[in-house]
Design a protein around this ligand. Structure first.
Ligand code: LLP
Length: 421
């Protein structure tokens, strides 16, 4: 049964989306602020909720996070500047910069503003110590194993470039002591889509690392990676259970160290995925032998996850005449975009196998709504095929407002035309 367009529980329903779709000439992202606030509440047991803004870095969404008491993680100079514009303060761990290397421009900025750094390599510690004595650092540990919804989102183990290998922790601590850096805490993020079995393993690894290394730390971070139900009817993750496992790890560490230890969590997807949809318009419908293709005006330059990981997003048909989609009569449909690539297909498995979806009939002019695209949707868009970035709107307190306008073709060309030639 294809996912119906919600009618009451969120703002992302046909009544709200259809007028917008008719107003915008092309595809757009829509978010419901209420969903984000609900997701935040589910994690309130943690001492600090830190939003991994890579999932959705729109400044207006960062402002919403900040007003709800959520801190932020940045992974580039651009993400640091976004956090500052959204009102986050550089000092006091409001912003943490997480990466495996420091490029020159980031190094200069974090040193100048004293933004805490979550170091993913010992080299980062040396580079930071050279320009910013006493700088606050977290250590991101690769515990030697990882897990992800795709191999591409597994961030642990020896095939991953992420974090400081656990056997190098002693060396990292020595560099911190030798150069007078300030240790803020230990951090582990083994991937996106972590299951309970790996979760217990990572909690145990965190406790083991603290005890073995002799590190005295004020805080630990559980990283992100909490999954969301992308398939209609799938269960939500049990955040109480998630907290209870990490809380037990924190307590073991606290009793070993003899003082309280703060517990952070750093989700991206969990906070925003379900708050967003991508609305696109059907522009062509055609048979290809035994296959039925529906082509929409959004492509993988907008929503990259299906092409990149074979990710599944529920798709609803929103008829242009505001009737209800006929969910009684379904047809196996391949949904594809406008790009010049065969991989520009939204219904595919990892590796590229086409996976037609049973969908209600969609005619040219109708709209297709891609669900749960609030995370790694707009933030992973590109300008491939010279397609400008599409707008973002947000529903909040019964109102809707544009939170990013469409990029213009002029802006797209300006970087090449403004060369002074
Ligand atoms: N913390 C660190 C250090 C991370 O590297 C990530 C994600 C997160 C937190 C947040 O992970 P989340 O809670 O959102 O799963 N583009 C992929 C996901 C890549 C995530 C990279 N790092 C996707 O669309 O699924």
């Amino acid at each position: 049964m294809p996912r119906p367009l919600a009618t009451t529980e969120t703002a992302l329903n046909q009544n709200n989306l259809l007028p917008l779709a008719q107003q915008y000439p092309g595809p757009f992202w829509a978010y419901d602020a209420g969903v984000i606030l609900q997701q935040i509440e589910k994690l309130r047991d943690f001492d600090v909720i830190r939003f991994a803004q890579k999932a959705c870095s729109n400044i207006h969404i960062l402002r919403l996070m900040r007003s709800a008491g959520v801190k932020v993680d940045s992974v580039s100079l651009g993400e640091i500047e976004r956090a500052l514009v959204a009102g986050y303060q550089p000092e006091g761990d409001d912003i943490v910069f997480t990466a495996d290397l420091l490029d020159n421009s980031v190094l200069q900025r974090v040193a100048e503003l004293k933004i805490a750094v979550n170091a993913g390599s010992v080299d980062m510690l040396h580079q930071l110590a050279a320009v910013s004595p006493g700088h606050r650092v977290w250590l991101r540990i690769n515990p030697g194993f990882g897990h992800g919804h795709s191999q591409k989102t597994n961030t642990g183990g020896e095939n991953s470039k992420h974090g400081i290998w656990y056997q190098q922790l002693g060396e990292a601590l020595q560099v911190i002591r030798d150069h007078g850096l300030t240790l803020a805490g230990l951090h582990m993020h083994i991937g996106s889509g972590v299951d309970y079995q790996h979760l217990q393993q990572v909690c145990d690894a965190m406790v083991g690392q603290v005890i073995e290394s002799g590190a005295d730390i004020p805080a630990i971070s559980a990283g992100g990676g909490l999954s969301v139900p992308y398939r209609y009817g799938e269960d939500e993750i049990d955040t109480r259970h998630y907290f209870s496992l990490w809380n037990a790890a924190r307590q073991r560490i606290a009793s070993h160290l003899g003082h309280p230890v703060k517990l952070e969590i750093e989700p991206g997807r969990f906070l925003v995925a379900q708050s967003g949809v991508l609305v696109s318009q059907v522009r062509a419908v055609k048979p290809m032998g035994s296959r039925h293709f529906v082509l929409v005006d959004a492509g993988f330059s907008d929503l990259m996850r299906p092409a990149m990981y074979g990710s599944y997003h529920e798709i609803s048909v929103m008829p242009a005449d505001n009737s209800a989609a006929d969910t009684g009569t379904l047809q196996d449909t391949v949904v594809a975009g406008p790009l010049c690539e065969s991989g520009d297909v939204f219904t595919q498995l990892e590796g590229g196998t086409i996976a037609p979806r049973a969908l209600p009939a969609a005619r040219v002019g109708d709209y297709l709504v891609f669900h749960d695209t609030g995370a790694y949707g707009a933030s992973m868009s590109s300008g491939y095929n010279s397609r400008p970035l599409i707008p973002e709107v947000m529903f909040e307190d019964g109102q809707v407002r544009e939170i990013r306008r469409a990029q213009t073709i002029g802006e797209l060309l300006a970087l090449e035309l403004d060369t002074g030639e």
